[in-house]
Design a protein around this ligand. Structure first.
Ligand code: WT7
Length: 678
């Protein structure tokens, strides 16, 4: 699609460089200023990984203090590295320190190598990639920051970013960081109602969006969705609308054309000096109960953790092209498309498309064209591509690839082997990386390790520097030794950990610090192998993972509760060959009807409009009643056993109000299966 006139104007403005009056940011101290290196994460000490590993295990706080000084540009230095009380869910890092995240991600690199490529925007249309240098990205960021300021956005204000992946969306995140505003990026696949819920919870003053998005050759009506959402959001004063396509959209009173304003704006914006513990962003994620929660990450600790893990898990070297294909709407996009790579002065790929557009060779065609060195993606995409056959991979030159990474959900052995042997030709390191929105960055991954250390297929294996994993038994006791399983907890705070849930610290404490006092509980189970490696066994709560997207089954149930003819529902995750997990809904009807097909379609539409398309259950089964305990709790465990057909291990059913319900549901399921296969 052609550039719009406004975008072309911004790009023309960018070519007049340097703008008058640009001076390097004074008074900021960067390690790289002294050493003349490229900036970014601290370098390994003589002796390599092992030295840091030992130091971080012995003295985590001392370790983090040292790497924080060696990695970040500080406005003023911190006086206390860490103050934490895990039993009450508090952790503060680098107290007294002041810095600006956008200076770390932009100015420090612009001052040394302004023409280094920061972003390669791999647009939806193959072969139309756009290169953006650090200098250009700083320019975009400052103009966007000044535009936000002009319309009254101040330090501490919340700004929603509802955009597909692009340099402008990255600039929007960094512009917030520059002026001390707090961004909350909302995945472009979310419905108006989900968007409104997040805007209202966080009290956003503005939304930044596109007129339309483009993905997989299709148009996404983003502005329309925003219009619908903001109707119920009185806190919104302005909607900034950028142009991704040439199509005109209706502009209302509070709508502002972003590019037009940016073209007029000053390209210099003095960075706000932020406290280490000021909030950098909120990112909403699902829990096992209630509405999605706004996970809070702060400035210094988050940035340090994203940068250090980016460099040492992937072995990123200066000049490499880093290709994380995640969307910026998720934490993976925040940490490994934007903050980690940019803090390290890396070249980061922004992938706007899908793995199968225009055909299943897209990823590898991109690898060849952009000469990608590290490729980081989700198992669900690998499983999808695997089904399309090897030819799509082999058609393209993948010799630039050095490291492959997998994230977001368990990678099954078949997908791991295919990724490793077919994509990586058996010569690239393949890393299964485990972490969460709440952890800020990768916590368990085969690296960092001695260079030639063993990598076991489909296993996250080793904790990152300073991460101390612990397994807990049912009685809340630490499980010692190897060849054991338990609830995965982390024993010591680390800089990247979430600080709270926005507006509800008690929920934060209850969700993560109550089950095992003194420890952070991840919600996942894990097995520690005979050799002491970690293998994630899956969620222990009612959170499911559809195509790497995290979702609470309760959210789907709550959405379906809107249907007048369906008084009761229970949703569980079930194994899905490509998506990893899918949603399976059991529903009870108010009264028997011949219109179950219509009701099912209505339920699907409700879930799509209240949450997102990916949340729609694949299966909806009508049952007479749900299996409940005498106290009225739904026994989802039994429903899971029914659909995985593990009938021999139903477990204890004596607490059921009426045990005959099991046979009833089994019969209904058998009939449903026969009907679906015929
Ligand atoms: C949940 C976190 C990690 C960033 C993207 C997802 C599951 C994540 C793995 C892995 C097995 C994994 C966990 C975790 N998960 N990575 N390598 N192996 N499971 O972040 O949306 O916050 O989801 O994803 O269950 O708790 P998220």
């Amino acid at each position: 699609m052609a550039l719009t006139a406004a975008r072309a104007r911004v790009l023309r403005a960018l070519s007049r460089w340097p703008p008058p009056g640009r001076v390097p940011v004074a008074g900021w101290s960067c390690r790289s200023d002294a050493g003349g290196s490229a900036g970014g994460s601290a370098e390994l000490p003589p002796g390599g990984y092992g030295v840091w590993q030992e130091q971080a295990a012995r003295d985590p706080v001392g370790f983090w203090a040292e790497v924080a000084r060696g990695t970040l540009c500080w406005d003023s230095p911190f006086h206390t590295a860490c103050q934490a009380g895990l039993p009450v869910g508090t952790a503060r890092w680098f107290l007294g320190g002041r810095l600006n995240v956008s200076v770390n991600c932009l100015d420090q690199h612009v001052n040394k190598s302004p023409n280094r490529v920061a972003l390669i925007w791999e647009r939806d249309e193959p072969g139309t990639e756009v290169y953006v240098t650090y200098r250009e990205l700083l320019d975009l960021t400052c103009r966007l920051a000044n535009t936000l300021k002009k319309y009254g956005i101040e330090k501490g204000d919340k700004v929603a970013i509802y955009m597909t992946v692009s340099p402008l969306s990255v600039a929007a995140m960094l512009a917030c960081a520059r002026i001390g505003a707090v961004h909350t990026v909302i995945f472009a696949g979310f419905s108006a109602e989900s968007l409104a819920g997040r805007i209202m919870d966080s009290g956003c003053k503005a939304v930044i969006t596109y007129n339309q998005g483009v993905r997989g050759g299709r148009i996404i009506e983003m502005k329309k969705t925003v219009d619908e959402a903001v109707k119920s959001c009185p806190s919104i004063r302005h909607v900034f609308v950028a142009q991704r396509t040439d199509n005109k959209v209706q502009m209302g009173d509070c709508d502002i054309s972003l590019e037009e304003e940016m073209a007029k704006a000053d390209s210099v914006c003095t960075p706000e000096s932020m406290d280490s513990e000021d909030t950098l962003f909120l990112l909403y994620t699902s829990g096992s109960t209630g509405k999605p929660k706004g996970i809070v990450h702060t400035q210094a600790g988050y940035l340090l953790y994203a940068a250090l893990t980016h460099k040492y898990v992937f072995d990123y070297q200066q000049g490499d092209v880093f290709g994380c294909v995640a969307d910026i709407g998720w934490i993976t996009g925040h940490s490994y498309v934007v903050y980690g790579p940019l803090c390290n002065g890396a070249t980061s790929v922004l992938f706007e498309s899908t793995p199968v557009y225009p055909d299943p060779g897209r990823y590898w065609e991109v690898v060849q064209r952009l000469k990608v060195n590290q490729f980081y993606g989700a198992p669900t995409a690998i499983r999808l591509l695997l089904n399309h056959g090897e030819e799509w991979v082999k058609r393209y030159d993948r010799s630039s690839l050095k490291t492959l990474g997998s994230v977001g959900e368990p990678i099954n052995n078949e997908a791991w082997q295919w990724f490793y042997h077919v994509v990586g030709e058996g010569r690239c390191t393949l890393l299964d990386t485990w972490w969460q929105t709440e952890t800020g960055g990768i916590c368990i991954a085969p690296r960092p390790s001695e260079e030639n250390a063993e990598i076991v297929p489909a296993m996250a294996m080793r904790p990152f520097f300073g991460i101390i994993p612990v397994l807990m038994d049912e009685n809340g006791k630490v499980v010692e030794g190897n060849d054991v399983s338990g609830a995965l907890c982390i024993a010591h705070p680390w800089p990247g950990m979430a600080r709270t849930i926005y507006g509800d610290h008690q929920r934060f404490v209850d969700a993560y610090f109550k089950a095992y006092p003194g420890y952070y509980f991840t919600g996942d189970g894990a097995y520690r192998t005979k050799k002491g490696y970690y293998q994630i066994t899956g969620r222990m709560d009612d959170v499911i993972n559809i195509s790497g997207h995290r979702l609470g089954t309760a959210e789907i149930e709550d959405a379906m509760a809107d249907h007048a003819e369906v008084p009761e529902t229970a949703v569980i995750g079930y194994p899905h060959k490509i998506k990893g997990e899918g949603a399976f809904a059991f529903i009870v009807l108010k009264e028997p009807t011949a219109h179950t097909d219509r009701i099912k379609e209505e339920l699907k539409a409700i879930v799509a409009s209240k949450i997102a398309k990916y949340a729609v259950p694949d299966h909806i089964l009508v049952v007479k009643r749900l299996p409940k305990t005498r106290s009225g709790k739904i026994m989802r465990r039994l429903l899971r056993k029914v659909i995985t057909e593990e009938l021999s291990s139903m477990g204890d059913t004596t607490t059921l109000d009426d045990p005959s319900v099991v046979k009833e549901i089994l019969d209904a399921y058998q009939k449903y299966k026969e009907k679906s296969s015929s």
